[in-house]
Write a protein that binds this ligand. Structure first.
Ligand code: M6R
Length: 604
């Protein structure tokens, strides 16, 4: 969701911006633009559509030494060229890019900008007009005007501003939206995500909320809004350029699905010591032991991973687990237990909805743990503790390896806490061995891609809707399976508790409705789900069964190797990920960048 990249002091600013924007594409966007300048001139180029379209327009852009670029995911105003960033002030002297939402933009327009002509409908354009007015009509200097504007603006933002009359500085500020500084030799950069700067640098500096940064080619000065200078150390990130390439894969999603056995094995190595014993930071284990209830807060796929981990956490730690949708809890926090621990699950660590709950938790003094793929992300920095997913960058919008890594990581947490608390079931659960079996099970499913692709063609063809059903852990997996299928194939899909269909939804079943049933675990439970499959088939549904091998019957469609019941949410989701992938592919859609979606959802 909206990406920012900027550079000052480099002689090939245009190339750096375009390459940076390409790396930010995965976040989701519908238009893009750059502003590049040198001492003599500046050039603004914008385009609707993909970065490739922008690149085609850039042609012989000026050889700039400073520039800012942006990918826009429309919030205020349609994805048009006028609404694309960068935006300029009334006299075109100031140029601004923005990620976030300015809540009082209409009020600012009425109060401060009478007589100004706006080209589009965005909140951002109002911000840059305000800065321009404060300098050119009210006589403030640029820094003073920027600070004044920040004191007027309410909402979330990462801003990068260039004064085209003084092209040696980028002014930056942030509140609730991500932005990082990248430090180079003779140049400095800014970016929403370190991934877009790793060609140029591996040294970064954080910006905290309500901080302003003055960036030139040789200096980076962080200030609070009162002008007090803040000393901040930089850090080196361990990102590997090869991690973010697609290699020979047609889509990142397929690469990331295929990486899952490796991720499982990596997690084993990260969460065990040299004797093979499961180890999780003592402070984290103690925080869970001290809590009387665990509250998992997350969005989308990460929320589903929370459900998929609930049974394991409860069984092994003895603590009740409650789930919260981040976008709901931000406004309505339920009655909490006496000693809660909040667990935030987030691939990106930047999801604004989750962050909103974390801010409240911190205000209330509630301890928190973030389980994330991105070290140094906002949710990681602001929570009391962090556990990393070690899944490597996930670029496809549809989350796959992060989900399975989340379930596995929380299993390590459950095992470590249970063992430390002397729980017999935790001691008996050989997670390292069981997770190795899961890795093999994933590999076995991955080797069946051709079979799965064929079944998808037959079952989902031109259908407009579908259902996933399952019981117990399989029910939790149906939620994720349905999200995966709908988000990238646009087939309207719902995940249902198999026994619940007959309480209303079964009326939607008609001739040819695809119903995909997940069947794992216990024989008795499986028999009930099979009964539900019969009910829908009797009403005309086309059923497809995905079944653990020991429960298989003649005619089952996809068999999955048996794994420990605590870990079926990992093994059973793999066929569903592949089903979604092939359904999207067969429809000729952009698997990695489904319409309207963003990878990192940084607005509430
Ligand atoms: O980065 P997060 O895990 O916090 O993101 C939460 C959701 O936006 C995300 O899981 C989304 O549902 C997936 N991209 C869907 O595949």
């Amino acid at each position: 969701m909206c990406g920012i990249v900027g550079v000052v002091g480099s002689t090939n600013a245009t190339d750096i911006l375009i390459q940076g924007l390409e790396k930010l594409e995965y976040r989701g966007y519908d238009s893009a633009g750059i502003f590049v300048a040198n001492e003599n001139q500046g050039q603004l180029i914008k385009s609707v559509g993909r970065i490739a379209d922008l690149k085609a327009k850039v042609g012989d852009a000026v050889e700039g030494t400073i520039g800012i670029g942006h990918t826009r995911w429309a919030t205020h105003g349609k994805p048009t060229e006028d609404n694309a960033h960068p935006h300029r002030s009334q006299t075109e002297r100031f140029v601004l890019v923005h990620n976030g939402v300015i809540e009082n933009y209409l009020q600012i327009k009425e109060e401060y900008l009478t007589g100004h002509t706006l080209k589009g409908q965005t909140d951002t354009e109002i911000a840059v007009h305000l800065i321009g007015k404060l300098v050119e009509e009210d006589g403030m200097d640029v820094l003073e005007a920027f600070k004044k504007a920040l004191s007027i603006i309410e909402g979330s933002y990462a801003f990068a501003l260039i004064d085209s009359e003084n092209t040696d500085t980028i002014y930056v500020a942030k509140n609730k939206s991500p932005l990082l500084i990248g430090l180079g030799d003779g140049y400095n950069m800014i970016c929403s995500d370190a991934i877009a700067m790793i060609r140029e640098t591996n040294e970064y500096m954080e910006i905290h909320d309500k901080e302003l940064v003055v960036v030139t080619k040789d200096s980076v000065e962080v200030q609070d809004y009162q002008g007090n200078v803040i000393e901040r150390d930089s850090y080196t990130a361990e990102l590997d350029l090869s991690d973010i390439g697609k290699g020979t894969y047609p889509f990142y999603m397929l690469k990331e699905i295929d990486e899952q056995p490796t991720v499982m094995r990596k997690l084993i190595s990260k969460y065990t010591d040299e004797t093979g014993r499961v180890t999780v930071d003592d402070d984290i284990v103690k925080a869970v032991q001290d809590a009387d209830r665990l509250y998992i807060i997350a969005a989308g796929t990460s929320y589903h991973a929370g459900f998929a981990s609930k049974n394991t956490l409860e069984a092994l730690t003895g603590k009740p687990v409650e789930l919260g949708i981040a976008s709901e809890w931000g406004y309505h926090m339920p009655l909490l237990s006496q000693k809660p621990l909040f667990i935030f699950i987030s691939q990106s660590g930047e999801t604004a909805d989750s962050r909103q709950v974390l801010v409240k938790a911190n205000e209330l003094g509630i301890p928190s743990l973030t389980v994330t793929n991105v070290p140094g992300s906002t949710l990681s920095r602001e929570a009391s503790y962090t556990m990393l997913l070690h899944a490597g960058p996930e670029i496809a919008v549809a989350s796959t390896k992060a989900y399975t890594a989340q379930v596995a990581t929380l299993a390590f947490l459950a095992k470590a806490v249970g063992e430390a608390s002397g729980k017999a079931e935790a001691k008996a659960f050989d997670l390292v061995h069981e997770l190795s079996i899961v890795a093999q099970s994933i590999e076995a499913t991955l080797s069946e891609k051709d079979v799965i692709a064929e079944k998808v063609e037959t079952l989902l063809g031109n259908t407009r809707n579908a259902f996933y059903i399952g019981r117990g852990n399989d029910y939790y997996v149906t939620m994720e399976a349905a999200l995966k299928l709908k988000e990238i194939s646009y087939i309207q899909t719902e995940g249902f508790a198999a026994g619940e269909l007959k309480h209303g939804t079964i009326s939607l079943i008609e001739d040819g409705t695809p119903v995909l049933a997940l069947i794992s675990g216990d024989e008795a439970v499986a028999a009930h789900t099979r009964g539900n499959v019969q009910e829908v088939v009797a009403r005309g549904a086309n059923a497809l069964t995905i079944v653990e091998e020991d429960l298989a019957r003649e005619g089952d469609d996809i068999l999955v190797n048996k794994v420990h019941p605590f870990l079926t949410a990992i093994s059973m989701v793999i066929p569903a990920q592949l089903i979604a992938y092939f359904a999207s592919l067969q429809r000729g859609l952009d698997v990695d960048k489904p319409r309207n979606l963003a990878k990192s959802v940084t607005v509430e």
